[in-house]
Design a protein around this ligand. Sequence first.
Ligand code: KG4
Ligand code: ZN
Length: 360
Amino acid sequence: MSQIFDLVLGVESSCDEMAAAVLRIGHAAPGGPGAVCAGYEIVASVVHGQAEVHGPYGGVVPELASRDHIRSVSDVVARALAEAGIAPEQLDGVAVTVGPGLVGSLLVGMSFGKALAYRLGLPLVGVHHLAGHLASVELAEPLERPYIGLLISGGHTALYRIEVTGPPVLLGETRDDAVGEAFDKVAKRLGLPYPGGPSLSLAAESGRRDAVDFPRPMANRGGLDFSFSGLKTAVALEIERRGALSATEVADLAASFEAAAIDVLVGRACRALRGEGLRCIAVVGGVAANRHLREELARAGEADGFAVHFPPLDLCTDNAAMIAAAGGALLARGERHGLALNAFSRVAIDAAPWADPAGT
Ligand code: KG4
Ligand code: ZN
């Protein structure tokens, strides 16, 4: 029988957020890297962002991100433990993000987690960042598998089939930019403040969604892959053509870009559900916080007869509760990763090179 792990500390530092969370886990279900346990309580979750560090540059500066992580990591973990009201000795396991992400950033959270696990004699597991995002939705509500997972973040855009057991199966992914990256870059071109995604969607609230008919890349092609670089370029050319933009034009361009990006996401989501014969989709990652996307997908679900699930807003963007959730499932299955655990800038969701002692 699987071992029950009660309190798991998650540490996440794959990009520009340093996060730590303490998760109480009910019982474990067997499954792959994307699998989660049933019955969670987020006892504490702390996220330290770096908007003031990267804001002046309009995007994440990797070197500055890892330096800020070094400054914040011990405080963030201590705050999570204090909020949870527990001593480190009460933990049952530690889960750290191993990738994909910025290696310098990943190493900070991972090294801290390793040191803590070593000091306390606790089991340690490395968690794939995207498996963490996929676990975020089941933190709030258990879903009946199989279902479709749409992962939309700053670094990734992909559709998965979430199996009853075993790792998520990749159905399609972006061939160029991630959708969050397109939001961020278009926001920067429109002169909107960093971080771009939330400020673009805020600007879009007062804009006309049909002001400019931007392309819906690959909409008429079969398959489940995405492409966002053509859309991003089309917006850039339109901005260049117009020269100085009024506030109304900024709002219109933001709304028209957002409408095109959402159309593509909703179209692919519906196609994946039909193709797999499934009636449930979970949408995770930072862009899942987008209000219009939530509305459009809910509308499509009502029309086509499928259920749409989103994590709560604070679990869409990077956080450590999702890492503790995915890590808790690994721990419960008996997985252990040693102190030779390494960070990976790119790694497939169904590969776990860190789980192979010969490979670490
Ligand atoms: O999941 P996440 O925190 O980090 C990655 O793993 O990439 O996602 C961050 C991405 C950024 O590109 C950000 O601009 C985007 O999510 N984002 C949004 C919104 N909130 C965050 N994009 C559109 N609308 C939003 N409301
Ligand atoms: Zn993420």
